[in-house]
Design a protein around this ligand. Structure first.
Ligand SMILES: Cc1cc2nc3c(=O)[nH]c(=O)nc-3n(C[C@H](O)[C@H](O)[C@H](O)COP(=O)(O)OP(=O)(O)OC[C@H]3O[C@@H](n4cnc5c(N)ncnc54)[C@H](O)[C@@H]3O)c2cc1C
Ligand SMILES: *[C@@H]1O[C@H](CO)[C@@H](O)[C@H](O)[C@H]1NC(C)=O
Ligand SMILES: *[C@@H]1O[C@H](CO)[C@@H](O)[C@H](O)[C@H]1NC(C)=O
Length: 459
């Protein structure tokens, strides 16, 4: 009998797949990681707001009076009761452990704690001066390579390698898979009894949107072009159960790039731009919505405007808050620096009136209560920052039905032995709507749980 442990195969190198890989390597279990692109990170590397956690050291240091009950309630409420309570409870209960792991083992400070829409307290963590997705993925990648080094091996990464089929025995156990080398177009069969699928959502797939939520098929998306739902389809093809596939999160503000307006891929205009005081104007330069309402509400109102788009308008005080981000958007040609006179031309008097009224402290016409910065100065030569935005497909809540260990259910609600689905490929954690910051958290929580379940099983 060989003492060599059989490798676990992890598919997808976003936060979910990398978390599972790290935890397995840490217990000296060999891993083969398949990634169809030529680099790590998936959509995870683009995450810009942060990761949620309750009772974390950062929350305690800032005396934020949050509780697990409150976090759970917010998650259930945001999901409109459609979420799986067991998964949601696990998400919340493991959140402190997830943040502590990222802080202490992966060395992400995560010392800034923000409050996003739908949250009763500040609980979305990021580090100062660096976008959270980029920080977490780069540092986790380094930590994984370091583990491979101290272990004297155990990790094999196969880039340009696309999972194309999953193999099951007649008793229904996972026994292997086929992947396609996208460089030389060859197929290879690998044996394994533990397969962790972490291939992300399906926001870029027109075919799956057409199938599950045809209203959204012509809407652009913030998801990378690799986000095609291959994991969901392959798991379904071997008898796995998919749930809530019609539940797709639309984000109200994707930037329309002036020199490339038709591109299906859009850069996300972070929610914080509205949070710090940014307002939305339609093509007649009128306000039309409470800009800080929930994502689905604001999206719906933008969709009613001519061209399904709006201007996002910020001023110098708001720039003072998020300057480094706004500079980046300007460099990318997504936001331009201009003046009230230049931007609004013949309509400038009406717009000035609107801005004065907006900033007056009287009851807001659209019920907006939170105005971190207002327009204190309103003159022709007042500097403003303006971008054009349109709603975008942002996240797919539905996916593979799993238990709290990430194990996959079949149509009879029995576990498929040896198969895991973690991260955005799974369904049930978010119900009908995802709270900002909960998807990075789900990647760490269920990535860890899946690895632990594999380790407890018979390797
Ligand atoms: C612009 C943007 C900003 C966001 N900001 C936040 C935020 O601040 N906080 C938050 O919580 N969430 C945020 N989200 C959502 C969050 O980033 C994702 O839901 C999460 O990262 C998904 O992680 P994942 O590991 O499941 O999948 P991903 O990170 O998408 O990784 C999946 C990987 O699998 C690979 N893959 C796919 N199919 C195959 C196949 N057949 N074979 C091999 N490999 C395959 C892909 O190439 C990809 O690398 C944001 C999303 C976007 C798009
Ligand atoms: C959470 O929701 C339940 C049920 O609606 C309620 O009884 C409880 O008071 C809420 N807890 C908190 C902390 O808000
Ligand atoms: C892990 O270490 C082994 C042994 O040194 C090496 O052969 C392998 O290439 C390493 N894996 C990665 C992804 O670098």
């Amino acid at each position: 009998m060989s003492s060599q442990k059989a490798p676990v195969i992890v598919v997808g190198s976003g936060l979910a797949g990398l978390t599972a890989t790290y935890k397995l390597l840490q217990s000296k279990t060999p891993v083969i990681l398949l990634e169809k692109l030529d680099k790590f990170g998936g959509n995870s590397i683009k995450a810009s707001s942060g990761i949620n956690g309750v009772l974390t050291s950062s929350q305690l240091a800032q005396s934020i009076p949050d509780t697990p009950e409150l976090f759970l309630n917010d998650t259930i409420k945001s999901g409109k009761g459609l979420g799986d309570l067991v998964l949601q409870q696990r998400l919340v209960d493991d959140s402190q452990r997830a943040i502590t792991w990222l802080q202490e083992e992966i060395k992400c400070p995560l010392n800034v704690v923000n409050r996003l829409g739908g949250h009763s307290e500040r609980r979305t963590h990021r580090s100062d001066g660096i976008p959270p997705g980029f920080e977490i993925i780069s540092k986790l990648q380094k930590a994984i390579m370091a583990l491979n080094e101290t272990n004297g091996g155990g990790l094999e990464v196969k880039f340009d390698s696309k999972l194309i089929s999953i193999d099951k025995s007649s008793e229904g156990k996972i026994i292997g898979l086929n992947y396609l080398n996208m460089k030389d177009n060859t197929e290879t069969y690998l044996q394994t009894s533990n397969l962790i699928i972490a291939t992300g959502g399906f926001g870029f797939s027109k075919q799956l949107l057409q199938k599950y939520n045809p209203d959204l098929v012509s809407m652009p998306t913030t998801n990378g072009a690799q986000t095609l739902g291959e994991g969901q389809e392959l798991i379904e093809s071997i008898g796995g159960k998919l749930i809530n596939m019609d539940q797709v999160q639309v984000h109200p503000t994707g930037f329309i790039k002036q020199d490339d307006p038709e591109n299906n891929w859009k850069f996300l205009a972070a929610e914080s731009l509205r949070g710090i005081g940014g307002i939305l104007l339609n093509e007649k330069f009128e306000r039309f919505v409470n800009e800080v309402g929930t994502r689905d509400f604001v999206s719906g109102e933008v969709m009613k405007q001519k061209g399904k788009k709006a201007y996002l308008v910020l001023n110098q005080d708001m720039y003072g808050e998020l300057g480094f981000q706004i500079e980046f958007y300007m460099k990318m040609n997504l936001i331009k620096k201009t003046t009230i006179g230049e931007m609004f031309g013949d309509s400038k008097e009406e717009v000035k009136k609107l801005l004065v009224e907006y900033s007056s402290g009287q009851a807001d016409q659209f019920g907006r209560a939170h105005k971190q910065h207002i327009f204190k100065q309103v003159a022709d030569d007042t500097v403003i920052y303006v971008g054009e935005i349109t709603p975008v497909v942002h996240f797919t809540m539905g996916g593979v039905k799993i238990n709290e260990h990430g194990q996959v259910y079949n149509l009879e609600d029995k576990i498929i032995d040896g198969l895991y689905a973690i991260g955005e490929v799974s369904g049930g954690v978010h119900g009908a709507n995802r709270l900002g910051g909960n998807s990075l958290l789900e990647c760490v929580v269920f990535g860890s749980r899946a690895a632990e379940s594999v380790l407890q099983g018979k390797l």
